[in-house]
Write a protein that binds this ligand. Structure first.
Ligand code: SF4
Length: 214
């Protein structure tokens, strides 16, 4: 018992789960998953063209993928944009209301914009009018936001679908889309060449007091 390397056992289990559950990356440029256009397009491009494995699958990702694989959930939808096939799925439809689940560290105060785009696209593609995003927080709290489908938002999403498809076809890397997403992005070093250096700064040295004393 004492010789067992529990850390390694746990790491192996997480690796295996990540492998089995993580979503497949689409290879065909003519097929776009809607989830690819509500995030940074540059990241979605790298995922297809020059992927770097994202370290560890977070619980939130596991939850989403598990929900998707439930037999009673996941309503899939497809939509044609020119010759591009756009794919999306909602976790559930109950009483004609589309429901999208989103596990979050803490309940947001507003509907997160990327989730609004996602739900709105679900409503158009699945031909429904109303939908709800249901957020589950780590501490068990939940909060939901409803949305009625809106055409302008969907048009903007379709514009991004075309952009991603064009860039993939032309093998052109999309521009940077700086956001908080960058903090956890596996392509951070590709986008920002930041040198890791330990710098000790004090308020005195910043204001120049220290220099005067020396
Ligand atoms: S670091 Fe930011 S800009 Fe670069 S790919 Fe990731 S999310 Fe996009």
């Amino acid at each position: 018992m004492g010789d067992r390397n529990y850390r390694r056992i746990i790491t192996d289990v997480i690796k295996r789960m990540s492998h089995d559950i993580k979503p497949e990356t689409e290879k065909d440029n003519k097929i776009i998953q809607f989830s690819e256009v509500i995030r940074c397009l540059r990241r979605s491009y790298f995922d297809r063209v020059d992927p770097i494995e994202q370290k560890g699958l977070r619980f939130l990702d596991l939850f989403r993928e598990l929900m998707r694989k439930m037999p009673y959930g996941a309503v899939n939808g497809e939509f044609s944009v020119d010759n591009i096939k756009l794919k999306i799925y909602a976790e559930m439809i109950i009483d004609d209301v589309v429901i999208v689940f989103r596990p979050v560290p803490k309940p947001p105060e507003k509907l997160i914009p990327s989730d609004a785009l996602y739900l709105n696209a679900c409503l158009w593609i699945l031909d429904k009018t109303d939908g709800i995003v249901l957020y589950f927080a780590d501490n068990g709290d939940e909060v939901s936001f409803s949305l009625i489908r809106e055409s302008k938002m969907f048009e903007e999403s379709i514009r991004r679908v075309r952009i991603l498809n064009n860039l993939l076809e032309e093998k052109k890397i999309p521009v940077l889309e700086p956001s908080t997403e960058c903090n956890t992005c596996q392509y951070y070093e590709k986008c920002y060449s930041v040198e890791k250096k330990q710098v000790t700064l004090s308020l005195e040295s910043l204001l120049g007091f220290k220099d005067k004393e020396e």
